[in-house]
Design a protein around this ligand. Structure first.
Ligand code: CU
Length: 487
């Protein structure tokens, strides 16, 4: 008798599962083929005819949809249980203010919705948009509902969600709900889980929010181009019954990167490094809005990263925070790690929380030094420390007004922009004027403004440090008194 291999045995168990009515007839007949177990899928070319039943490569024909209301769940109490509400339990649609504190989206927006019956209905329109990264610096991008990132979709655990996606782009697209546990057919991977949404079509995604946390959505068709052009957004599912107090300020930030060469108006999505426009909610400093909180408020910051190629170690000044949640779920309190920098890798979300107990204007930024630059920051000849005197004169004879850049670092380039011609549609390489001096930062940089008194959460302006708490130049007397001698 022929010995049964492990692979054949596994194929056999596949038949048993298929017999449990989860798989369509066509798939069942494939699994039942006695030769099915011998074929290695990766080594065969696709059978476009779809008639050779023993073939294990996906058939080009559309798979049949089975009639089943089966709800999939891991047994409760199982440590792998990822859903935080029972998928079969019904809840009234969560109400803002009552069931959750809406998130604050600096430079952005949350998506409006209608409640129809027991379902929250959202509508995303993918389209070409004109986007401003900072005053005077614009590009033609792709976005949802007129913006990039798209509006934050906010819901509550247990909500039934229906999202219409209209494609007003000239190319086919799809939307993937990143981190969301849902039926496969709603996952939005063009080709694999659905056919693409052609220009002019509107598709209807529908699922129940069975977990809470910080998630994202993005195109899953030609992702290099489409995510790179701005088809990204965040999704926040609030817990139905939070284990802890809700935060007073709950911010959502999406990190992204672009390559927009000075003088051009379209992101170049073909590059794989040297991104020159590093953004928080698609803005570069000084275009980024501050995060404003009252002294001693409980602050949560949800950070997502859909950059093409770069992870971002995001650093907060003046506070230590706890990393409390990832897109995989809540981190048990016993495992919270105190940090001042959180690494948000591509395709991840991280929640950090802290008490804003230190008044001031605190820098908050990616700690990669090239990620806090605006345009032109990379690939320059190294002129630091060079004396350009003779060179400027010599080149100046050929190119009137020529000036060697970067001899004292990069800060001068931002300030210089005020009194020299800059390339069209570009912004100073770094910075903006601050309360004390020039702020030599750009790109993925913003501020956390903590104030004792606030009437509104609008930008309160610059912080006035209490007397005796602002660094200043040392006097000779002080130096002498402390025994500091400067040669
Ligand atoms: Cu970075």
């Amino acid at each position: 008798m022929k010995k049964i291999t492990r692979r054949e045995a596994l194929a056999g168990s596949g038949i048993a599962l298929a017999g449990a009515a989860l798989v369509g007839k066509e798939a069942l007949s494939q699994a039942a083929d006695p030769h099915a177990g011998h074929k290695m899928p990766a080594q065969k070319t696709p059978d476009t005819g779809g008639s050779h039943s023993g073939h294990t490569m996906p058939s080009a024909s559309t798979p049949k949809v089975t009639e089943s209301n089966e709800v999939y769940r891991t047994p409760k109490g199982n440590p792998w249980y990822a859903r935080t509400v029972d998928p079969v339990e019904s809840f009234a649609p969560g109400e803002p203010g009552k069931d959750y504190t809406p998130v604050v989206v600096p430079n952005g927006a949350t998506a409006p919705f209608n409640v129809v019956g027991d379902t929250k209905v959202f509508h995303l329109v993918a389209q070409e948009i004109q986007h401003e990264f900072a005053p005077g610096f614009k590009a033609i991008c792709w976005g949802y509902n007129g913006r990039t990132p798209g509006p934050v979709i906010e819901a509550v655990e247990g909500d039934n969600i229906r999202i219409y996606v209209t494609n007003k782009l000239a190319v086919p697209t799809s939307v993937h709900w990143h981190g969301i546990i849902l039926p496969m057919g709603m996952d939005g991977v063009a080709g694999l889980t659905q056919r693409t949404i052609k220009p002019g079509e509107t598709f209807r995604y529908e699922y129940k929010a069975v977990q809470h946390g910080t998630f994202m959505y993005h195109s899953h068709k030609d992702t290099m181009t489409q995510e790179g052009m701005g088809l990204v957004g965040m999704m926040v599912i609030h817990p139905r019954k939070p284990k802890r107090e809700r935060p007073d300020r709950d911010f959502a930030l999406m990190l992204h990167e672009w390559d927009i060469k000075p003088g051009t108006y379209r992101p170049d999505t073909s590059v794989s490094s040297g991104f020159n426009t590093l953004t928080i909610n698609a803005k570069v400093f000084p275009g980024t809005a501050p995060l404003v909180a009252k002294l001693n408020e409980h602050v949560r910051i949800r950070i997502g990263n859909l950059s093409a190629m770069d992870h971002h170690p995001f650093h907060v000044h003046g506070h230590a925070f706890r990393e409390t949640e990832t897109d995989g779920g809540e981190i048990p309190e016993s495992s919270w790690r105190p940090e001042t920098t959180v690494l948000v890798s591509v395709g991840q979300t991280r929640n950090i929380e802290f008490i804003a107990d230190n008044p001031g204007d605190w820098a908050m930024h990616c700690h990669m030094t090239h990620h806090v630059m605006n345009q032109m920051g990379h690939g320059l000849p190294n002129m630091v420390g060079a004396d350009p005197g003779a060179l400027d004169k010599a080149v100046g004879n050929l190119v009137p007004g020529y000036m060697t850049m970067g001899t004292n670092g990069m800060i001068g380039m931002g300030q210089m922009a005020g009194h020299m011609d800059m390339p069209e549609n570009s912004i100073p390489m770094v910075g903006a004027q601050g309360p004390h001096d020039y702020i030599g930062m750009g790109g993925m940089f913003t501020t956390l403004k903590v104030r004792e008194k606030l009437d509104t959460y609008a930008d309160p302006g610059w912080y006035a440090p209490p007397k005796g708490t602002l660094v200043r130049a040392a006097t000779q007397e002080e130096l002498d008194g402390d025994g500091i001698f400067i040669a």
